[in-house]
Design a protein around this ligand. Sequence first.
Ligand code: FES
Ligand code: FES
Length: 204
Amino acid sequence: MYTETPPCASGVHRRDLLKATVVGTALTSAAGHLEAATPPATEKGRPQMLPVTLVVNGRANRLTLDSRTTLLDAMRNDLGLTGSKKGCDHGQCGACTVLVGGKRTLSCLTLAAMVREPVTTIEGLAGADGTLHPMQQAFIDQDAFQCGYCTPGQILSAVACVDEGHVRDADEIREYMSGNLCRCAAYPHIVAAIEQAARQMQKA
Ligand code: FES
Ligand code: FES
């Protein structure tokens, strides 16, 4: 059974912190993971700067970016959308997963200048009136996280997993969610959350 923990020294409750993670607001650095900045220009030459338009969560953003900037760094450093997390920065953990044109995409391996389709991040998943997406609500209902660092990527990957139809049973969910790692091993709760949300999403 879930038991509410007392507030930490800052007065923030664990559950409030984790809810903020699920909706992509700014309380989410509790895990203390390191997050590297956009790489500096090469010493031998100047960076090649490019005009880039990124449509993120329904809003068009015109930027001038180093051609080497990843979608993850552009979102976090230039657009202030820090819900997408940098875990490995090498395409191995899934923490940076966003939807590009509705398809799950590792934003740490995607060059921002190559993105042509609309991007959805955890900040854009809830409805305009603030109603949580069924997957966000299910993660809260099923307590499907501990530190919350992997959670935005898990949720976006889970939304795509349902849309792809890979939710016939728990084994299939585990297989198609295997690219999203959780150091806290919240996997049984994540599968339960996906099963809950899938029932709602498939009815809608
Ligand atoms: Fe992109 Fe780990 S940060 S896969
Ligand atoms: Fe901590 Fe997944 S909840 S890494």
